[in-house]
Each structure stands twice: as C-alpha cells, then as structure tokens.
Design a protein around this ligand. Structure first.
Ligand SMILES: C[S@@+](CC[C@H](N)C(=O)[O-])C[C@H]1O[C@@H](n2cnc3c(N)ncnc32)[C@H](O)[C@@H]1O
Ligand code: SF4
Length: 459
C-alpha cells in the first residue's frame, strides 16, 4: 500500500437480529421431502405429550403494521374452504401419529394467525371435536386462542369455553386513537371491555394482551397512556413486542411511510418506560418482552426452571414436540423443523391428494439441540453455563471462539461471570439478542460482538 492510499472506514451495516423463537431460525430452512416429515411423525413416542398449533391465515381488515402470514377476506366462504382442508390435514396427521394404536397425548393447543376469531362458533366447535377424535387432549392441557377483538363475539367465546379453551390472547397493540388511525386498526376501549366480560363470564380468565412499541405516532406519552389503560383491564400476561418493520417483505407497511418511525433510541426509551410502569403496576418482567402478574403459569414455570423459548414467544408447555397445522405452519419435532407450504393453493392441492403439505424445514443434530438450549436459557433467564449444557447433551464442546466473545462482554460489563456461568447484567439486557448470536452457528460471526450489541438492529 502506498502512503497516499486511503483506507476506507469500516462501515457497520445494521443487521436484524433473530428473536430466536426457534433455533436454528426459519431463515435456515431448506427444501424438505414430505416423506421425511412423515417418518418423523410416525416415530413419535406414545408416552410423551405433544403440542399442536393451528394457523388460521384470514383477517377481515388489514392492519398496516402487520407482519403475520394472513389474507384479507370479506366473505366467510374462503374461510370455510380452508377449514375443509384443515380437517383433511387433521385426519391425515392424526392417522399417521396414531399408528402405534394410541392417540397422541396433547398438553398444549394454540390457535394463531391471522385471526382465529374469524371462525364461526359452530365451525370452531366442529374443529375441536375433530381434534379430539384424532388426539387425546390431556385434562390439564392449555388451549389458547389469539383474538382479534373486532371479530370476536359472545357466541364465539361460549364455543371456546365449551371446547376447553382456557387462555385468550387479545391483539390490543395501542389504545391511542391517533396511533390506531396511523396503523389502520381502530378498536375502542368499550370493545375491549366487552370482549373481556365475555371471556371472564365464560370462565376464561387467563387473558393476554399483545402491545406493540415503535410504531408511527407513538410517543412516550401515548405508551404511558396505553400501559395505564392496560393496567385497568388487568390481563394476567402481556407481550410487549417491538414493531418489526419489514416493508420489503410486507409491502402494506409502506402505507405508514408518511409518518416518522421511532428510531432505535426512542424505541428503547418506549420499552424502558412501559417496562418500568408495568412493574410499578405489579407485573413481573419475563425474558425479552413478556410481563405477567403473580399467579400466572409462565411465572411459575420460570421459577421452577421450566420456561422455554418457542414460536409463541415464551412457554410453560412441557412438550418438546410441536405439530403445525395449516398453511405456513411450522412444526418442531425431535428430527427437526417442518413447515407447510405458505401457498394456499399448493397447501390445499397436497391435502386434496392425501399428501402431507410440508415443503421446507431442517433436519437437526445434537449440536443444534445443545445450542438451542443455550440460546433458550439466555432468552428466558438471561443466564447460561454453556459447558454444563454441552455436558447434559453428552457433547464435548470447548466453546473457544465463544469464550473470547464472552470475555469481551464481561470486560464491558454486559455479562457477569460466576465460574463457568454467565449472567447478563442490567447494562447488557438491551443486547440480549446480540449476545445470543455469539452461540448461533448459522449467524455470520463477521462483526465484533461489542459492535454487534451497539449497532445491530433489534427490529
Ligand atoms: C396473529 S396476531 C394476533 C391476533 C389478531 N390477528 C390480532 O391482531 O388481534 C399476533 C400479534 O403479532 C403482533 N404483530 C403483528 N405484526 C407485527 C409486527 N410487524 N411487529 C411486531 N408485532 C407484530 C401483534 O401484536 C399481534 O397481536
Ligand atoms: S395484526 Fe392481526 S388482525 Fe391485523 S392484519 Fe395482522 S393478523 Fe390480521
């Protein structure tokens, strides 16, 4: 290099960090033969409970912030057609998993979407009775439904209660009318109050609220207002999601382009304020973005070391196997991950022919399982002893590369070391996701871990 040559400054390109609702993340999925998934299903042991997830990809109106896999439908007909196909999938998978004569025991069922509340009361009763024909739902199973308060009704809530539903997750997002206008999701406090009275009257008292920070028109004042209103309704659990802005994947998010989007520092201030207020109201903070009142099952699971990171965020579910039903649904089995086709037509055509609609996924090995547990421990407890997890998995892993990064994090005060255990400090907590990436064998380890903490996005 000559003296006059300029050295270009190192540009650190912000990179989105995984939320680690799975490890490896869905970004690593590749083509997967449906037959492989069929073998994984047929091999499931009879004596271990499993979880079921049903994806309902329909909504009545598009929220402009939405990052979910859903379709807008103004009529019930496409929903009915979809439910017909879903029934075929339940019978097909139920048949494969019952080959050992016994129906599989179910400890947890989750209806997500889209908006499961778009399903009529009669169709929901029907669907759950078909699930019971194919699976053995344990008496203490948790059965949860994601609720769009605008498409719910007292009749639907009665059908949920009759079907054994015992948890409802209400999409609230924000109570401020100006924010609601900016995100194209108007729902009044009266509507939320009505929903809550239907659920509580029907005996469904485990209520979650979903809130989002980092959206257009949100300020510290509106966040404080929303948290105060949330407190008045006393949901037992709250998920406080950071708005994920991915307009290259979800074009409709550009509808909000005319508004200023809160920057990283504003987002952090919003989260900190909401977290502080919720804790003043008696909620306990859980992991990355959850809060719960004393008595909630997630808090008990955390105290007993049973809490896990999964597709629903955090879970107290003891099952290690999840079967996904519906277009785009992802299952997690001992052999690996399997995802149904997200294309409604391909999903339906496969089931019309009696074929498994899985298209993508990933086989996992012992090292993946070990790293999954390390990352789940960090995401759930802000702490991990990687060597102890490796030993538990019967693996002899020296973590040499990881140890160098852990040392750097200790030096800047983001981690505290106790023997071979590491605890994320209060100063390190905003960087939880970045810290978890240092164990991720698929994440490019091409930036310095401290730079990654400070510069990379948590969107
Ligand atoms: C499937 S929706 C819940 C049920 C129903 N569709 C509703 O919106 O009321 C799941 C949750 O994902 C969250 N969500 C959706 N898009 C998001 C985004 N772009 N960033 C962060 N959270 C998002 C919302 O809080 C929403 O309540
Ligand atoms: S946020 Fe919920 S109701 Fe709104 S479009 Fe997305 S899935 Fe549908």
């Amino acid at each position: 290099m000559t003296v006059n040559q300029k050295i270009s400054p190192v540009v650190i390109k912000p990179r989105r960090l995984p939320r680690y609702t799975s490890y490896p993340t869905a970004l690593e999925f590749q083509d997967l033969e449906p037959g492989v998934y069929g073998e994984w299903l047929a091999d499931l042991p009879d004596d271990q409970p499993i979880s079921l997830y049903f994806h309902i990809p329909f909504c009545e109106k598009l929220c402009w912030f939405c990052g979910c896999f859903t379709k807008i439908s103004n009529s019930y007909e496409p929903v009915e057609r979809y439910l017909d196909i879903l029934r075929k999938e339940i019978n097909l998978i139920g048949g494969i998993t019952s080959q050992k004569k016994n129906k599989k025991k179910i400890s947890h069922i989750h209806f997500g979407g889209g908006s499961p509340t778009i399903i009529s009361a009669d169709s929901f009763l029907d669907l759950m009775s078909l699930v019971r024909d194919n699976f053995d739902i344990l008496p203490d199973a948790e059965i949860a439904v994601e609720v769009d308060p605008r498409t719910c009704s007292e009749d639907k809530v009665k059908a949920y209660a009759m079907s054994g539903v015992n948890r409802a997750s209400l999409g609230i997002q924000d109570f401020n009318i100006h924010v609601q206008e900016a995100i194209n999701r108007i729902q009044s406090e009266e509507l939320i109050a009505d929903n809550l009275s239907w659920f509580r009257r029907a005996g469904i008292t485990n209520i979650n609220f979903d809130l989002i920070y980092g959206m257009p028109r949100q300020t510290l004042e509106t966040i404080e207002e929303t948290v105060a209103k949330t407190h008045e309704f006393k949901p037992s659990r709250i998920a406080l999601f950071g708005y994920a802005h991915v307009p290259w994947m979800k074009k409709h998010q550009q509808m909000m382009d005319k508004h200023h989007l809160p920057e990283q520092l504003e987002r952090q201030a919003m989260f900190n304020l909401a977290s502080e207020k919720l804790q003043e109201f008696g909620y306990q903070a859980i992991g990355l973005d959850h809060f719960a009142l004393p008595g909630d099952s997630l808090l008990a699971a955390r105290e007993q070391g049973r809490m896990k990171r999964n597709f629903q965020g955090y879970s107290a579910d003891p099952a290690t196997t999840l079967i996904g039903f519906g277009a785009s649904a992802i299952g997690s089995l001992p052999g690996g991950y399997a995802q149904n086709s997200p294309d409604l037509r391909a999903y339906s055509e496969a089931l019309d022919k009696g074929e498994i609609p899985v298209r993508r996924g990933l086989k996992i090995d012992a090292t993946d399982l070990m790293i999954r547990e390390i990352i789940s421990n960090l995401m759930s407890y802000f702490a991990v002893d990687p060597w102890a997890v490796a030993e538990k998995h019967g693996l002899d892993h020296d973590f040499r590369r990881e140890k160098a990064d852990l040392d750097k994090l200790v030096a800047v005060g983001y981690l505290q070391q106790m023997g071979t255990s590491y605890q994320i400090t209060e100063a390190g907590q905003p960087y939880l996701r970045a810290i978890a990436t240092l164990f991720d064998a698929y994440f490019p380890q091409d930036s310095d871990i401290i730079d990654r903490c400070v510069h990379e996005s948590e969107g």
